[in-house]
Design a protein around this ligand. Structure first.
Ligand code: PMP
Length: 436
């Protein structure tokens, strides 16, 4: 199909994420992707700064992942998981149990991060039903949090500034503590936890669980907060017997410099959701892990079964690629790679500090963020990045980089240099928009 036809048909028939169906803004047709490069149909090659939203950790078109996918496809692409099982799923479950914080033992596979959150919340609610306390069905979450696009997941996203505030009236009513303002690497004064402590104590009789994104609040603002805050949350959950759900969908598999972000705080959640990088960005697979206490309580209640069962549960292709992706991650010096990326981002983004319109520059692991005083004029900025040979897609007041872990020093420097250049041009673009 030629470029014009493809774009015309795309515009006529496709929705893009968080976009108008009639005017989605600039859309770039991709021909292929390899390593850290995205090749556009018009022949341009872009250095990828997004890892396709956290997930492509080994780069695109990786021979080992391709092989795992083809081998599995030759055996069995899919089979229902009701009453049947297979080695790719069993191996993956065992690996996840071994790698995640210790008491997590039971793995529920599903097909997206949002559904993994949905499953986590249903597990928490069913846990309390099984304990004879069905009134405990509410969730306590943090402002600036983001947990996905499905119904219960939307209900625990920031209800005011979050992407789903439009639906706030229709969603289940949850509780929200202020977003932590103590930054990663800094102590967390007791006063910071006080509003959370007050909410959990006051509402403990109706709370099923607390849900949070450990260390990094992602789509709600790319905020990196203190590990001490999470330790405090864990202690309060223990004190008031409330389950703790860690949403590691974005942070899992090394992105923050730890295999899982919970490790920065040394805490053990009762339920954990993982997704995104689980398959190295190849297929849509996510998982919800629970402790033996959660699983056994659900099993001991009525009806004694967990009430969820997606059609594509534990898809063998996805599980096989996930096994290969985790093997690849662990056999490489991923911690060394992450340290090099962290240093490269620190160095490369440093010139943005103190620039007009920049309110903060922060780096953690393979995540670099430039926070601005005003929203980024996307329709001008994305084409500018493409002209500079990089794929960077800002949102709201944030320009952020989260490249594949295999990115080289030179490519990373080019990505950062493009951000520095675009940031320097922002005041002019804001002026053109009439915002200044
Ligand atoms: N939780 C977090 C922390 C996320 O970052 C995301 C995706 N941005 C989700 C849940 C939802 O995952 P998915 O898009 O795969 O449904």
């Amino acid at each position: 199909m030629d470029l014009e036809t493809l774009l015309a048909l795309d515009r006529a028939h496709l929705w893009h994420p968080y976009a108008s169906p009639s005017d989605p803004g600039p859309i770039y047709p991709v021909r292929a992707a390899r390593g850290c490069r995205i090749e556009l149909m018009d022949g341009r090659s872009l250095i990828d700064g997004m890892a396709s939203w956290w997930c492509v950790i080994h780069g695109y078109n990786h021979p080992r992942l391709n092989q795992a996918l083809c081998d599995q496809a030759a055996r069995m692409a899919h089979v229902m998981f009701g009453g049947l099982t297979h080695e790719p799923a069993v191996r993956l479950a065992k690996t996840l149990v071994d790698l995640t914080p210790e008491p997590l033992e039971h793995v529920f596979f599903c097909d997206s991060g949002s559904v993994a959150v949905e499953v986590a919340i249903k597990m928490a609610i069913q846990f309390w039903i099984a304990r004879g306390q069905p009134e405990r069905h509410r969730l306590l979450s943090l402002r600036s949090g983001y947990h996905g696009d499905t119904w219960h997941a939307m209900s625990v996203c920031d209800p005011v500034t979050g992407m789903h505030h439009l639906f706030a009236r229709a969603l289940p009513k949850q509780l929200f503590a202020p977003a932590p303002s103590c930054r990663f690497g800094e102590p967390c004064p007791e006063s910071e936890l006080a509003p959370f402590a007050e909410l959990i104590e006051r509402h403990r009789h109706e709370l099923a669980a607390v849900i949070l994104e450990p260390i990094v609040q992602g789509a709600g603002g790319m905020r990196f907060y203190s590990a001490e805050y999470i330790k405090g949350v864990r202690a309060l959950c223990d004190r008031f017997d409330v389950l703790l759900i860690a949403d590691e969908i974005a942070t899992g598999f090394g992105r923050t410099g730890s295999l899982f972000a919970c490790a920065h705080a040394g805490i053990h959640p009762d339920i954990m959701a993982v997704g995104k990088a689980l398959t190295g960005g190849y297929l849509s697979l996510a998982a919800t892990l629970a402790t033996a206490r959660v699983a056994e309580t659900i099993a001991g209640g009525t009806p004694g079964v967990f009430m969820h069962g997606p059609t594509f549960m534990a898809n063998p292709l996805a599980c096989a690629v996930a096994n290969a992706s985790i093997e690849l991650l662990l056999e490489d010096d991923w911690q060394g790679a992450l340290r090099r990326i962290e240093q490269g981002l620190e160095l490369g983004l440093a010139p943005c500090r103190g620039r007009p319109g920049v309110s903060d520059v922060r780096v953690l692991g393979a995540i670099g963020v430039v926070e601005l005083e005003r929203p980024v004029p996307m329709r001008a900025v994305v084409p500018n990045f493409v002209e500079l040979g990089v794929w960077v897609r800002p949102f709201a007041r944030l320009i952020y980089l989260m490249p594949p872990y295999v990115i080289g020093e030179t490519e990373l420097a080019r990505l950062c240099a493009a951000v520095v250049q675009v940031v320097a041009e922002l005041p002019g673009l804001w002026a053109q928009e009439g915002r200044v």
